[in-house]
Design a protein around this ligand. Sequence first.
Ligand code: DX5
Length: 225
Amino acid sequence: MISIEPSILSADPLAIGEQAEEVERCGVDTIQVDVMDGHFVPNITFGPRLVRALHNRLKLRLDVHLMMVDPDRLIKTFAEAGANRLIIHQEASPDLYRILQTIKELKVEAGVALNPGTPVEAVEEVMQLVDVIQVMTVNPGYGGQDFIQSQLTKIKRIRKMLDENNLQKPVAVDGGIDPATAPLAVQAGAEILVAGSSIFNHNGTVAENIKALRDSLKGTIKEGN
Ligand code: DX5
């Protein structure tokens, strides 16, 4: 199952609620909320108040991607605000294992994300603990950047690492996903496609853009099956 996960970072900031409802009407079951603290990445975006507002308004699952240093300061707050999944970065804290354990204790799905420069081995020790491993296919911080092709090898290696350990957990990709790169990511082994600017833009409606992404995957076979 390949799931398309719209990132509302690229949505119209004055119409996030409406645009999220548009996404919901397209049969998407999860949206990604990119939280940036201005330290881990050179940008500042959303906080727990938006997560709660979306949680109260939508049936969609909320995948909250924490691009912040020391995420443990706020994971309980985001969990209580309605996050269904919390993704933290491997690079964000020396306390990765403990923070992931805490997320699981909060009965929320846990994910770990790797920046383009971070090797696969950096998450080997937490692969049993997490529910998803997210490969950043752009340098985190902004939407609308180009897909970093070299990360396709990393997707394959993480998929292989999980399979060799009999772990049926999805690999997610985030950044530069569009109808041209989505099939490449799926062929490499990705099952969750986070997409922002290819869904929220002036070239088409949210429904048309999601359809274009889905159509690009028709006939795409994951390598190896
Ligand atoms: C970037 C964010 C991404 C971003 C994706 O740091 O984590 O989710 O919104 O946007 P596009 O799809 O435009 O690269």
